[in-house]
Design a protein around this ligand. Structure first.
Ligand code: FE
Length: 392
């Protein structure tokens, strides 16, 4: 048996925040991040709409990027005090991810963080509240997924939480919010969305339910990402929908080792953070080469759906990699970790540990080709030096 889970309702289009006026409930806690949603007036709009619907509104503000266990527990405590029947999370991935985890500890105060680290082990939610998500960036698709990433800074570990219980009830996908993204964020989040769709399509647990969503997302990213990066409003709107389709696919088909590598290298180097989408964009062509022989038909199908040409599966896969390389150039994304600015000595010194951790990442299990720590070391070296992937 398999399962395919999505939000009950996805409202999309300019001005769909107005749908909040029809929400039935008593009390809402609105969870947001830094200032941008406030600055651009979207927070005001949300609060006014909720009040018009007759709800009492409480704010939980300033969720940090890469939200911490402490922030989650603080939010849950606040929710226990005001007792919301709606949790409304708005912003980039971070406030929405944090709010998903707050929801668990609001409904189950005696649960510990350790209890929910095991994937698909959550207690049944919706005994106290439902969840509505409003994304402002076009990449993570957390508004439709069963995932949340929370960081334990004391242990220096990122926990990817996974359970269909935290798939939101309602998503409002309003492209006006995505207008606020600076170009670099458009590039990184857009490549994150492309990676979600490609990894979901070739995943070992992809299905006939997830494949059409993934393919459509891939073709929309190809058509609209560069224009969106260059400021085209319609393209920005289409990318907001494309990333959501990709999210619907990967929430049910899971991901692969591009994400394993991005998770474990993102905060590994002293020279600074590698943004999630940027790391994915760098690794994606190398991982396709590594995986190619284990999912040739699927990668070729992606290339065919984009009319990339080629007469053999191998040629088609080469063309797909070429397309991704060209995208990265147009979006100003480096081709290697070296070019990104990672110090060679530090890279080589940390390589065995990172490789080991990446193999153990939750995303490795659904990758089409298995990988050992030794192979992962070699693969990561290819992404550092830009060498051809030829790993037995
Ligand atoms: Fe991602």
């Amino acid at each position: 048996m398999a399962r395919f889970t999505l939000p009950r309702d996805i409202y999309y289009g300019r001005g769909c925040l107005d749908e909040l006026k029809n929400l039935k409930g008593k009390t809402a806690v609105v969870v947001i991040g830094g200032g941008s949603m406030k600055r651009f007036g979207f927070l005001d709009k949300v609060v006014t709409n909720l009040e018009e619907a007759g709800l009492k509104v409480h704010l939980f503000e300033n969720v940090e990027p890469d939200p911490s266990v402490e922030t989650v527990m603080k939010g849950a405590q606040m929710m226990r005090e005001v007792n919301p029947d709606w949790i409304v999370a708005m912003g980039g991935g971070s406030p929405i991810d944090a709010a998903k985890a707050m929801w668990v500890f609001y409904e189950y105060p005696d649960t510990s963080f350790e209890d929910i680290i095991q994937p698909f082990s959550f207690p049944t939610l919706r005994t106290k509240a439902k969840f509505l998500a409003i994304p402002s960036t076009s990449g993570t698709a957390t508004e439709v997924t069963a995932f949340s990433v929370i960081t334990d800074y004391a242990k220096g570990v990122k926990y990817p939480l996974a359970d269909f219980n935290i798939t939101p009830d309602i998503a409002l996908v309003d492209p006006d919010l995505a207008e606020t993204m600076p170009p670099k964020l458009v590039a990184h989040t857009g490549m994150d969305a492309l990676t979600h769709a490609i990894e979901a399509y070739v995943s070992t647990v992809s299905t006939c339910f997830t494949d059409p969503l993934a393919l459509k997302a891939i073709s929309m990213v190809r058509e609209y990402l560069v224009d969106s990066f260059n400021g085209d409003k319609n393209a920005r709107e289409q990318m907001h929908y494309a990333q959501c389709l990709a999210g619907m696919a990967f929430s049910n088909a899971l991901l692969g080792i591009v994400h394993s590598m991005a998770h474990k290298t993102g905060a590994a180097f002293s020279t600074g953070h590698i943004p999630h989408g940027c790391a994915n964009a760098i690794y994606l062509p190398y991982v396709i080469q590594y995986n190619a022989a284990y999912a040739p038909k699927k990668y070729a199908e992606i290339a065919d759906s984009l009319n990339l040409g080629g007469s053999t599966e191998q040629e088609k896969i080469q063309n797909l990699c070429k397309m991704i390389d060209e995208f990265n150039v147009k979006l100003g994304i480096p081709k290697t970790l070296k070019e990104f600015g990672i110090n060679e000595e530090e890279f080589l010194q940390k390589l065995p540990t990172i490789a080991e951790l990446a193999v153990g990442d939750a995303c490795t299990g659904s990758n089409p080709r298995p990988i050992t720590p030794k192979q992962m070391e070699e693969l990561l070296k290819c992404t550092y030096y830009g060498t051809k992937v030829d790993i037995q």
